[in-house]
Design a binder for this molecule. Structure first.
Ligand SMILES: [Fe+2]
Length: 170
């Protein structure tokens, strides 16, 4: 059925200040720059970024020269905007100890957490521990344009129905 996709490949976001966003995603999130392009191939600056060796997982698109880059929503948490589109982007960390280190790193960068850290599973027994939660441990912060970023670990697999996924497509 469908297109037989096998993974979520990459996400592209538009940014108001390429140098500021490039520095943020390198230094705070830890992405690597693969390459930077621009006119005449693209109308504005484009930075292809990657997690590991794949050419790109995340792409920054600068608005074309002359674009009004300060619409009312710039700088506002994407989850608080009254627009359709991006809500948040999540990056996975494989090991809990590395996730804890990531939490310390983001805080040491002076970046404020806007949500978490917490567990998305009913075992957490608080308002974030909803029954359908994946069990992942997560925390959230904003990039310079207000795009909400999540860093998580320990997301469960879904191979059969469970409390966290009562009626999943299988
Ligand atoms: Fe998420």
């Amino acid at each position: 059925m469908g297109c037989n996709v096998n993974s979520l490949g990459h996400i592209g976001i538009q940014v108001s200040d390429m140098d500021r966003s490039l520095k943020f995603y390198r230094e705070v999130v830890g992405l690597k720059l693969t390459g930077r392009c621009g006119p005449p191939d693209f109308p504005g600056q484009v930075c292809f970024m990657r997690v590991d060796q794949l050419h790109h997982n995340f792409v920054l698109f600068g608005l074309p020269e002359g674009t009004d880059s300060t619409p009312p929503s710039v700088g506002i948490d994407t989850t608080k905007r009254k627009d359709v589109g991006l809500n948040h982007v999540a990056f996975q960390v494989d090991r809990r100890e590395d996730w804890l280190a990531a939490l310390g790193h983001v805080r040491s960068c002076g970046v404020e957490l806007v949500s978490g850290p917490y567990v998305h599973g009913h075992e957490a027994q608080d308002e974030k521990g909803f029954i359908g939660g994946s069990g992942s441990h997560a925390f959230y912060f904003l990039d310079p344009d207000g795009n909400r970023i999540e860093i998580y670990t320990w997301m469960m697999d879904v191979s059969k129905p469970s409390a966290a996924a009562p009626d999943p497509d299988l």
